[in-house]
Design a binder for this molecule. Sequence first.
Ligand code: ZN
Length: 308
Amino acid sequence: MLYGYVTHPASLRHEMGPDHPEAPARVNVIHDYLLAHGILDFMVPMSGPAATRAQVERTHSALYVAELAATAPTTGYRRIDPDTLMSPHTLDAAWHAAGCAVLATELVARGKLASAFCNIRPAGHHATRDAAMGFCFFNNVAVGVRHALDELGLQRVALIDFDAHHGNGTQDIFAEDERVLMVSTFERGLYPYDTDAADGGNMCNVPLEPYTRGDALRDAVLTRWVPALDGFAPEMIFVSAGFDAHREDDMSHLLWTDADYAWLTRQLVAVANRHARGRIVSLLEGGYHRLALARSAGAHVRALIGAD
Ligand SMILES: [Zn+2]
């Protein structure tokens, strides 16, 4: 079995200021952990190309893509919202992050890889069809899902989002697209403040109360996610893998541990084995406490490739 580890050096050049929590070091600490713990020995390292305009415009409007290009700074920063800034290297990183998603999708869907993890920045799940927000520019997971559906001919794809923040952008893009089932947990009341988001149809949103531990997550997974996923029987699974629900990460008030990420991932692997020939593409979203990020992403990837 071959497992993909997909990244690109452009992920390290995008930055939003010296004190910004969404920093290039996030990618490095995950890489170093996977390397130091022998996990990368089981994986095929790959460099993702830049996505094509057509691949990105399946998810984002042509007007939005053109506006981003036209307003990208050549020096300094352009502030999109209080926390989201474009530097001269941001767009290159965004095109490659989306391209990593496409490459991983292509190889996993065609059976060349059993599954893949994309260690990429900028993240994507807050980016809507027409807007950047919340550290996100292109919705990488959505670009991958649309590639699977529109280019590779898959008919049912599940998208799991376990970041502490709701993937409002992903929901915006796939609401009422019956080819996609989105299941998610997130902290109620946290950014982007839509955490009573619609639950029903192709959206299975399970808000978790602040200060709850992994047992609340496990209950949500077993009583809500797994029945919905088994009913849908996805042909492939995508994961918006954010690690900011970790108890050491102060970007949320959830209290998950490394072991919760391992358990959660094993549940997803079991669903993928039942319905999707094991095919999973996982993409980095949030996670800001660097040691906790490295350990919990390590636990996730180890379970993803069956090495735990
Ligand atoms: Zn987050």
